[in-house]
Design a protein around this ligand. Structure first.
Ligand SMILES: Nc1ncnc2c1ncn2[C@@H]1O[C@H](COP(=O)(O)OP(=O)(O)OP(=O)(O)O)[C@@H](O)[C@H]1O
Ligand SMILES: [Mg+2]
Length: 292
């Protein structure tokens, strides 16, 4: 049965195909959502440091903190943003007002602490917001989105509207089980979404590979999907040190094992040739709920 949502999706698809043919080369950024099943596995550290690494490698990067209420990105960067994404969504602020300059000119959109409902926006503020967010997207190469742990409705919205997802786990059995849980939800809801895995806080490179192999095998066997290996990060004392100093470790401890591995992850991410989103941007899909 073709339901109404499917008809609408088809309509948008046709419309977007026509637009893509006429508006040559209007491209949106690669949008990568960083998430995990279990909390505290290193998502925010990865988001912050990967953003800087990508920036240093020449990409135009925007880091979005979608972990609403926690404001951990700000803390790790040692910055105090005045405004946040929620205020753009409600029409109180313009996107330019809520972009905070991070280290090396990194563009950051803070999550803020307000509990706004994306679904409850009125049509006018939605249009206004979309225009601004799409402009931002068109002027960037890559947008990294840090989320909270677990598969809440908000996190799922971000994941499903993204072009790629990075699932972070540690080698601990609990983290791995929860990582598999989130992979399962993503794979069953949007099977086409490329899923990268970062194994964090490993003893060594060998452990990272072992964990990745195990997760890949079960995902292939039970979900029929191929996970993308993007690399691992060892447990490194310079990471908590940098967190206490409120500095990204790729800046304050560039020679640390963690920093070297994050640079390798950045290179792996950049090496992959992705078909960028040409049919409407990430934010449009997020706000309109066009996920496929
Ligand atoms: N590679 C690492 N080596 C050592 N410690 C690490 C490493 N990665 C993260 N940590 C530590 O783990 C803790 C959690 O990291 P982080 O806040 O990035 O996790 P998170 O997944 O974003 O957590 P949450 O689910 O609460 O958002 C921090 O105290 C950080 O210092
Ligand atoms: Mg976090």
């Amino acid at each position: 049965m073709v339901d109404q949502a499917e008809r609408l999706r088809q309509l948008f698809k046709n419309q977007n195909q026509t637009q893509a043919q006429t508006q040559t080369q209007i491209r949106s950024a690669r949008v990568v959502v960083i998430t995990s099943g279990k909390g505290g596995v290193g998502k925010t550290n990865l988001s912050v440091n990967l953003s800087i690494a990508l920036l240093k490698l020449g990409s135009r990067v925007v880091l979005v903190d979608a972990d609403l209420g926690m404001a951990n990105v700000d803390m790790m960067m040692g910055i105090v943003p005045r405004y946040h994404l929620g205020q753009v969504l409600t029409g109180e602020k313009r996107i330019d007002d809520v972009i905070t300059q991070g280290p090396l000119g990194l563009k950051i959109i803070a999550g803020g602490s307000g509990d706004y409902q994306m679904a409850n926006l009125n049509a006018q503020s939605l249009e206004y917001c979309l225009e601004q967010l799409n402009d931002l997207e068109k002027n960037s190469d890559i947008m990294l989105i840090d989320t909270g742990a677990g598969i809440s409705q908000n996190v799922l919205k971000f994941v499903l509207a993204a072009g790629e997802v990075i699932v972070v786990t540690t080698p601990e059995p609990t983290a791995l089980t929860d990582a598999y849980g989130i992979i399962k939800v993503v794979a069953s809801t949007k099977p086409s979404l490329p899923i990268w895995v970062v194994v964090n806080m490993t003893r060594d490179h060998h452990e990272g590979k072992q964990v990745m192999d195990r997760l890949s095998t079960v995902s292939k066997r039970f979900l029929g999907i191929d996970l993308l290996n993007i690399g691992s990060i060892p447990w490194d004392p310079d990471v908590p040190k940098a967190v206490r100093e409120q500095q990204p470790f790729v800046i304050s401890h560039p020679r640390s094992a963690a920093a070297q591995n994050v640079f390798q992850i950045a290179r792996n991410l950049m090496d992959r040739t992705t078909s960028r989103e040409t049919s409407g941007g990430f934010f449009e899909r997020l706000l309109r709920g066009k996920f496929r």
